[in-house]
Design a protein around this ligand. Structure first.
Ligand code: SF4
Length: 115
């Protein structure tokens, strides 16, 4: 396997080149070790943090912004987004409040306070 990636861990955006099979991957183009970990993770178990909004049922025309506390498998994004779309919560809410537990080993949490 050969793959070219742009590291998204920091704004420098190094151009990474990955070669190898399975877990035996060689990464080049990284300016720091975090780029190696990013490239290996992206090629073996790609994950993303999801951000979205959830309806606040006891406030008029109100949504609260939410995100996954940790990245989830990239393949599960549409399933988790469909789940988030069905949620409703009640205010008051503060940043970090639990919205939904046990989503691919992590949680959906609020990223905005609602009085
Ligand atoms: S390899 Fe290191 S320096 Fe380059 S973009 Fe990734 S984190 Fe930043």
């Amino acid at each position: 396997m050969k793959r070219d990636l742009t590291c998204i861990i920091c704004p420098r955006g190094c151009s990474l080149h990955v070669e190898g099979e399975g877990k035996a991957l060689t990464v080049s183009g990284n300016a720091c070790p975090r780029g190696i970990q990013y490239a290996v993770d992206e090629c073996t178990d790609p994950r993303r943090t999801i951000t979205s909004t959830v309806r606040v049922s006891n406030r008029e025309n109100c949504m609260v912004s939410v995100k996954t506390a940790d990245p989830i498998p990239k393949a599960a994004i549409f399933e988790v987004m469909a789940c988030i779309r069905q949620l409703q919560v009640e205010a008051p809410l503060k940043i970090g409040d639990l919205i939904l537990d046990d989503v691919y080993g992590t949680q959906i949490i609020a990223t905005k306070a609602v009085e």
